[in-house]
Design a protein around this ligand. Structure first.
Ligand code: ZN
Ligand code: ZN
Length: 395
C-alpha cells in the first residue's frame, strides 16, 4: 500500500504488476472491513445513532452504495465458513468480487454449502463466470428453492408506459429472467448497426428495435436453451439450464419451454454430449397444429379467450414423461396460463361434461402450507380477458 508513485521510466509490465499488488492489498483490506461491518451489523448501535439499519449507517458514514455495504456485511457474516476463499485472496488467486459471490451462495445454500468445488472454479474464472457457476450450484442443491425464487421474481414483473405531454412515451419496468431474455433475444438482432453510417447510440437502436418489433418486425424471437436431460426431468442434484441473455434457469422453466418447443433447445446427456437439438419431432406443426387450433380455438384456460395464434401447444402428459403429440394429449394455452400450469403449479382437469377446470396449488386450500407466504397464486380472473368459470378462490 505504501508503494511510491510511478518512477518516470517504467515498463508497462512493472505498472501492471503494481496494479495487481495494489488490488490484492485492497481486497485484503476489504475482507478486514467486512469483518468489522458484520460485527457492527450484529449490534443495535445503528439504532442508537438514529439510522434505520446497519447498512444505512455504513452507507452514509463509510461513503458506500447500499449494495456495496450489504455485500460487505454478507461477506463478513459468512467469512468463518469461507476459509479457502480468504486464503485464496491472500494468495492473490481470487478477488473480493469472487468472495462476495461465494458469501451469497453460502447464505443461500445454508448447510448444503460446500466451498471446495466452488473455490476450484473461482480460481480459474472471472467473477462473472463464477456467478453463473454458483447459480448452477444453487439449483443442484435446491431446485425447488431456485424455482420459487424465479416464481417470486416473475410476480414482481411490471411495466409502466406513461405518455408525456408532448406525446413521447416513458417506459419503465422489471421483467423476470425469462421475460427479460425473451425481450433481449427479440430486440438484439434488430438493434445491430445497419452499417458504417449508422451513428445511432445503443439506446436509440434498442428503442428503434422495440418499435420495429411492436409493428410486426420480420425476425421472430428464437431463444436457445441448453439443458441436461437430468435437469429437464427435474432430478435431484441436476444443475440449472443455460439460456441466452439470462442467468441460468430452473428445470421448471425448461419443462415449460420444452413442452411446446417454442425455443431452440439443446439437450445434453450426463457426459455433455448433444443428444437432441432443436425443434425436433415434438413440434406440433402443420396439420396437427391446425387441427388443434380448430378444436380449441382459444387458450383452453377457463374463461381465457387468447386466440390460437397467441398460444402454445401444452402436452397434458409431458413428452419427457412419455406423453404423445396426439391431439388428445394436447391443449392450447396462452403464455400466462402455460406459465401457471408449469411454474405456477396449477392443475387443469377436464370435468365429466368436458369443461376444463383450473385447480390452484394446494397452498390455496391450506393443505400443505408452503414455508413461503408470498406470493399467493392469483385467481385467474385478473387479466380482463379471463372469465369466471372454474373455481372459487375464496374458499
Ligand atoms: Zn406445457
Ligand atoms: Zn390463457
Amino acid at each position: 500500500m505504501d508503494e511510491k508513485a510511478a518512477p518516470i521510466k517504467e515498463s508497462g509490465e512493472e505498472r501492471r504488476a503494481r496494479m495487481m499488488r495494489k488490488r490484492k492489498a485492497i481486497d485484503l483490506m476489504e475482507l478486514s472491513f467486512a469483518e468489522d461491518a458484520a460485527a457492527f451489523a450484529s449490534t443495535d448501535e445503528y439504532d442508537e445513532l438514529g439510522f434505520v439499519s446497519p447498512i444505512d449507517w455504513i452507507r452514509f458514514n463509510c461513503h458506500m452504495t447500499s449494495g456495496a455495504a450489504a455485500a460487505s456485511v454478507a461477506v463478513g457474516r459468512t467469512m468463518d465458513r469461507l476459509p479457502r476463499s480468504v486464503e485464496a485472496v491472500s494468495q492473490g488467486e481470487i478477488g473480493l468480487a469472487h468472495v462476495t459471490v461465494m458469501a451469497r451462495t453460502a447464505e443461500a445454500l445454508k448447510d448444503r454449502f460446500d466451498e471446495r468445488p466452488l473455490i476450484e472454479y473461482a480460481r480459474e474464472h472471472t467473477p462473472g463466470k463464477f456467478h453463473f457457476y454458483c447459480q448452477h450450484a444453487k439449483h443442484a442443491a435446491d431446485a425447488d428453492g431456485y424455482a420459487e425464487t424465479e416464481a417470486d421474481q416473475a410476480q414482481s414483473r411490471r411495466l409502466s408506459l406513461s405518455t408525456w405531454i408532448d406525446g413521447s412515451m416513458v417506459l419503465s419496468g422489471v421483467l423476470d429472467a425469462f421475460g427479460g431474455a425473451a425481450l433481449r433475444a427479440a430486440l438484439e438482432p434488430l438493434a445491430h448497426r445497419s452499417g458504417e453510417h449508422d451513428k445511432r447510440e445503443r439506446g436509440q437502436r434498442l428503442a428503434d428495435a422495440l418499435v420495429e418489433l411492436a409493428s410486426g418486425g420480420p425476425h421472430p424471437a428464437s431463444i436457445q436453451v441448453t439443458s441436461s436431460v437430468e435437469t429437464l426431468l427435474g432430478l435431484a442434484g441436476a444443475s440449472a439450464a443455460d439460456m441466452e441473455f439470462s442467468l441460468p434457469i430452473s428445470s421448471k422453466i425448461v419443462e415449460r419451454l420444452a413442452c411446446d418447443c417454442s425455443v431452440t433447445r439443446v439437450l445434453l446427456d450426463s457426459e455433455s454430449a448433444v443428444i437432441d437439438v432443436g425443434r425436433a419431432k415434438r413440434v406440433v406443426s402443420g396439420p396437427a397444429r391446425r387441427a388443434l387450433a380448430a378444436r380449441d380455438g382459444t387458450c383452453r384456460w377457463p374463461g381465457c379467450d387468447r386466440p390460437a395464434s397467441w398460444t402454445a401447444a401444452h402436452h397434458v402428459v409431458h413428452w419427457v414423461h412419455g406423453g404423445t403429440t396426439d391431439l388428445d394429449n394436447l391443449i392450447l394455452l396462452c403464455h400466462r396460463h402455460h406459465w401457471m400450469v408449469h411454474e405456477g403449479k396449477w392443475q387443469l382437469v377436464r370435468s365429466d361434461d368436458g369443461r376444463m377446470l383450473a385447480i390452484p396449488p394446494t397452498v390455496r386450500f391450506g393443505m400443505a402450507a408452503a414455508s413461503r407466504p408470498d406470493p399467493q397464486p392469483e385467481p385467474f380472473g385478473d387479466e380482463g380477458v379471463d372469465g369466471d368459470a372454474g373455481y372459487d378462490s375464496s374458499s
